[in-house]
Write a protein that binds this ligand. Structure first.
Ligand code: NI
Length: 226
């Protein structure tokens, strides 16, 4: 499933974020890349232990917890602390697949990457290129979203970032280990949850609600690890 989640960050959070990113010292993005992706990767990142980046990362995690759409679609068990990157002057990230397992730096914690996420942090008008291109069985998708919007996609998909030929592209990126590792099962649960919510909005107290909600939870019980 490829899903856009609009307005993850508020205007105020975006302004603060932008201020921090504009003042930050960036380093070579290859520090967090695996063997194959290090060959393809050409961008800059904020150091993982950067105090302001840690603060931004925490506020993104809090924003995700407030987003019913993210919670329903990702069913997160663990979220890798969001990192930050910048592409400019022709920088790009060639075709790659994200590492299956990521160790959270300086901790014993590991995250299996079921879902990858990119949160766009500056408006598309500020740069040319920089599309996130994701390949799945339905074809090739080009993604370039307004500031504060997020794209969620299966970590199993090949993807790349096209060269940024004007301006700078700022984004946050992270991975999610879902309670439901299988993308197909997770997508069914998301579709069912969305349908139940729609039913409740359009026909409150419909007698089928309790049955459908039971089916949702009983499927989740079968498929989820918590
Ligand atoms: Ni990637």
């Amino acid at each position: 499933m490829l899903l856009q989640i609009p307005n993850v960050l508020t205007e105020e959070e975006m302004t603060h974020c932008r201020q921090v990113l504009d003042e930050a010292q960036w380093i070579d993005g290859r520090v967090t890349a695996g063997r194959q992706s290090a060959l393809a990767k050409d961008n800059m990142q904020l150091p993982e232990n950067h105090p302001a980046a840690r603060q931004l990362s925490d506020s993104i995690l809090a924003a995700l917890e407030r987003s019913p759409l993210f919670m329903s679609a990702a069913l997160p068990l663990k979220v890798f602390p969001p990192l930050f990157n910048r592409y400019q002057g022709g920088q790009s990230f060639g075709n790659h697949v994200d590492n299956a397992i990521r160790q959270v730096t300086g901790t014993p914690h590991r995250v299996r990457t079921d879902l990858s996420a990119t949160l766009f942090l500056n408006p598309p008008a500020e740069y040319d290129g920089g599309e996130l291109v994701i390949e799945d069985t339905f074809g090739v998708h080009q993604v370039k979203l307004p500031a504060g919007h997020l794209i969620l996609y299966p970590s199993s998909s090949l993807h790349h970032v096209r060269p940024v030929t004007r301006g700078s592209r700022l984004a946050s990126f992270f991975w999610v280990q879902s309670m439901v590792r299988d993308d197909g099962q997770r997508t069914l649960l998301f579709d069912l949850d969305s349908a139940i919510q729609r039913l409740n909005e359009e026909t409150p107290n419909h007698p089928a609600d309790v049955q459908l909600t039971a089916v949702y939870h009983n499927l989740l019980r079968r498929w989820a690890d918590a």
